[in-house]
Design a protein around this ligand. Structure first.
Ligand SMILES: Cc1cc2nc3c(=O)[nH]c(=O)nc-3n(C[C@H](O)[C@H](O)[C@H](O)COP(=O)(O)OP(=O)(O)OC[C@H]3O[C@@H](n4cnc5c(N)ncnc54)[C@H](O)[C@@H]3O)c2cc1C
Length: 350
């Protein structure tokens, strides 16, 4: 683990330092919160060459974007460390976070931004092409494969929808039914109307020539030439470490995978725990994840402010508060003065 001044206790610990976590940490550090980001360094888009569709940063390498984010957080006094959180537990005043290696840090609040894991279809050679010419998102890399021969591997409930979206980018789209029944009814009519061929039969391998996808091989040996293959990963939120807080993966209504439900501000069911980015929004892109991190951080900060204010109000109006005691001393001293000077004491306390 590398640290840049890891202290024992923070107001907020951010679990995961991708777009969501760093954006949240930036808001918190700028709100003068003591904040620690713990990041295992495996953002979801790591295999991609560039981040696309991100205003003012379109095409920037994912690693560079995060390096800039870390520098911005540190610029406001936030701590960012490379490390893996292995356990999170609630204690009397907040949370204890354990890192691989056994060290622990404490926080009053948590922001969970651990992202998700893409479960890829089990086709030999497919994983090695992920983020290059095996793709999933038309907004992330659709432009880059415009007018190319695109295949869509039926591998999730949204595969027909994906085919229709990629048809917007290329006139040459083929739908591989793979291990599923070929689309029927309205879906079959949609594909036909948009000129998307449906190929039956299991895809058993990818054909790679000169480190580029050249085609898709079917079980009967047929090779269909393709330059890009679109798949539907099963998206599983990374939240095993939160089980002790009572937070568990929930099946997403879309059928796309498992996520951590929150309210619109990122607040989870566990008091003191917020979440942002892909861990709670499976379809969030980098910009959306960053925005969600900022929103969650603002609400988390407001929650801390509310808590601190109510404690301050209680202390302010307590007869034992330092201010009340000072007032009492002054009044007692005044009473003594009046007594010494033969004046009648009107009131001791007001
Ligand atoms: C191949 C590919 C290409 C993409 N291209 C684009 C694109 O061009 N444009 C776009 O907008 N979006 C793109 N995306 C989507 C993008 O990856 C996500 O929107 C973004 O990564 C979500 O940010 P996040 O902060 O929620 O999660 P992540 O970026 O995944 O960050 C989560 C971080 O938490 C860390 N972490 C997880 N568990 C732990 C733990 N226990 N302890 C410590 N740290 C932990 C991880 O190591 C990781 O660094 C792409 C996705 C893929 C798969």
């Amino acid at each position: 683990m590398t640290t840049d001044g890891l202290g024992g206790s923070y107001e907020v610990i951010v679990l995961g330092g991708g777009a969501a976590g760093l954006s949240g940490a930036l808001m918190l550090a700028r709100s003068r919160r003591t904040v620690l980001v713990i990041d295992a360094g495996a953002p979801r888009n790591a295999p991609a060459e560039g981040v696309h569709g991100l205003l003012a940063r379109d095409g920037m390498a994912p690693a560079e974007l995060l390096a800039r984010g870390r520098a911005e957080v540190r610029g406001y006094g936030g701590h960012v460390v490379t490390g893996e959180v292995t356990a999170v537990a609630r204690d009397a005043s907040g949370f204890t976070v354990t890192l691989a290696g056994g060290s622990t840090v404490r926080a009053l609040r948590l922001l969970v931004a651990t992202g998700l894991v893409d479960g890829l279809p089990d086709v030999p050679g497919l994983r090695a092409r992920w983020g290059r010419d095996v793709l999933h998102c038309p907004y992330c890399h659709g432009w880059e494969v415009r007018d190319q021969a695109v295949g869509v591997l039926a591998s999730g409930p949204m595969s027909v929808h994906q085919a229709l979206l990629f048809r917007q980018l290329s006139a040459d789209v083929t739908y591989f039914a793979h291990t599923t029944p070929p689309p029927a009814g309205e879906q079959a009519r949609q594909l036909a109307a948009r000129g998307i061929d449906v190929v039956r039969g299991e895809v058993t391998a990818l054909e790679i020539v000169d480190d580029r996808l050249a085609g898709v091989r079917l079980g009967d040996g047929t090779v269909v030439g393709r330059q890009a293959l679109v798949v539907a990963p099963t998206m599983i939120a990374r939240l095993g470490i939160l089980a002790a807080l009572g937070l568990h993966p929930t099946e997403h209504p879309s059928g796309l995978g498992d996520y951590l439900p929150t309210d619109a501000t990122g607040r989870t069911e566990a008091p003191g725990v917020w979440a942002a980015g892909n861990v709670t929004d499976l379809s969030a892109q980098v910009g959306t994840a960053a925005a969600a991190g900022a929103t969650a951080a603002a609400h988390l900060n407001a929650d801390l402010v509310a808590h601190e204010t109510s404690r301050a109000v209680a202390a302010h109006h307590s007869p034992f508060s330092p201010r009340s005691e000072a007032r009492l001393c002054a009044l007692v001293a005044g009473d003594q003065f009046r007594h010494n000077h033969g004046l009648r004491t009107m009131k001791l306390l007001r």
